[in-house]
Ligand binder design. Structure first.
Ligand SMILES: [Zn+2]
Length: 411
């Protein structure tokens, strides 16, 4: 077995929101331990016999989806409503389907494989029920993907069968945190606490979630300020609160390990709060268009290091981060390079994992895809990215820590 592996071909990797590294032809080399040792112009490396990737393909880092709902993936394309009506009519019934272990295993396997087929090597996701987390953990280990996994926590304003007893749910989450501590899939898997959104949780439940997150150093995933009716419901549910973000802050839920999806209608004071607490802001353009939630005001977040993209499947209809990048381009006038950054390095920064993920720099994990782009030429990173997104590139192969995960290797 060789000590070093190498691929020769064009490389595209993010540097900053406005810059990307485009090297054609280039060489990506990594060790048997899955860590990148070289990413740059071709050169001879002792002991390395690189393989040339097919003509018309390039190498990009693994894409990171910072917000999605595994338990909704069979409910894509249910129209007719904005957020609250859509949840009630289409999503709560879909999430109830995952109550059984068998269905949860099948759904987790299908969904995670779809992600790998789309070059997504890391996903921050929601599932439902204790069994759903165990199933997602099991299937993520099996297919080799990286994931933050939590189940949607809620104890009011949702159908009875989705409502949890807060004490029991906190006990389950403690147990699940231990399961992930005992087996984190070689460092790829993290348990997270996922309150659905403030109106679905009582003050006591939010308080307990905040306490457990602090005790366990856990990630928190939730939604913030997606829709105007939702904000009105927060006002009536928490009449004492100065703002929606203020509700989460009151219960210790805004931390550097918190991922906040949407953040569309925040006041300047709320933005400052999110900024001060160093939370990640997850822009979900496809979902915002689908549910007519409003435009994410990108201009307020210029230079913010923890800015990422989320598919928000099933409100976002596609698990492809290329389609999410396309919708991001339609939503705000921004470069493809900055969207690419939000789906890679910015996402890794949002998760606090940029020392090992998010780009093809030496020292990081060899998470990457070989992508076929029609009409590929040498016009530089911006135009190559535009072709990749608007001509819907094909993911030929995907690797995590240097191991092929898509197509699944034959045993
Ligand atoms: Zn969501």
């Amino acid at each position: 077995m060789p000590e070093l592996y190498g691929l020769e071909g064009p490389l595209l990797s993010p540097l900053s929101p406005g810059r990307a590294k485009w090297i054609a032809p280039g060489l990506l080399a990594y060790g048997r331990d899955g860590v990148i040792v070289h990413s740059g112009p071709r050169r001879n490396i002792a002991g390395l016999k690189p393989i040339r990737i097919p003509k018309g393909t390039i190498i990009i880092p693994g894409l990171i989806d910072c917000h999605s709902h595994l338990s909704q993936h069979q409910a894509v394309g249910r129209t007719g409503f904005t957020l609250l009506g859509w949840l009630k009519k289409h999503i709560y019934p879909a999430e109830l389907m995952l109550a059984g272990r068998r269905e949860a295993e099948r759904s987790s396997r299908d969904y995670l494989e779809i992600l790998l087929a789309n070059g997504v090597t890391c996903s921050a996701l929601y599932t439902n029920f204790y069994q759903g987390v165990l199933a997602a953990h099991h299937q993520a280990k099996r297919c080799g993907i990286r994931a933050l996994i939590g189940y949607t926590l809620m104890d009011r304003n949702v159908p009875a069968r989705l409502k949890q007893n807060p004490d029991q749910a906190i006990g389950e989450c403690r147990e699940l945190a231990e399961v992930f501590k005992a087996d984190n899939g070689e460092g790829r898997l993290f348990f997270s606490l996922n309150p659905r959104f403030a109106p679905a949780c009582s003050p006591n439940f939010l308080k307990s979630i905040g306490r457990l997150a602090r005790q366990g150093g856990l990630f928190i995933q939730t939604h913030l300020s997606e829709n105007l009716q939702e904000i009105a419901r927060v006002k009536s549910s928490f009449p004492w609160a100065k703002s929606y973000a203020g509700v989460y802050d009151r219960f210790g839920l805004l931390t550097p390990k918190t991922l906040l999806a949407h953040c569309i209608h925040l006041s300047p004071a709320e933005r400052q709060l999110v900024f001060d607490r160093e939370c990640a802001v997850i822009h979900c353009p496809s979902s915002n268009l689908f549910l007519h939630s409003g435009r994410f005001p990108l201009e307020h977040w210029a230079g913010y290091p923890k800015l990422a993209l989320g598919s928000d499947l099933a409100a976002g209809p596609s698990p492809s981060m290329l389609e999410v990048m396309r919708d991001g381009y339609y939503t705000n006038l921004q470069s493809m390079r900055s969207l690419f950054h939000m789906a890679t390095l910015g996402a890794a920064q949002s998760l606090g994992l940029d020392d090992s993920l998010g780009s093809l720099e030496p020292g990081k994990q060899a998470d990457f895809s070989i992508v076929r782009i029609r009409g590929l030429d040498e016009e530089g990173s911006e135009q190559v990215l535009a072709r990749m997104v608007f001509q819907r590139a094909e993911f030929v192969k995907t690797f995590i820590s240097g191991r092929q995960v898509w197509p699944p290797p034959r045993k």
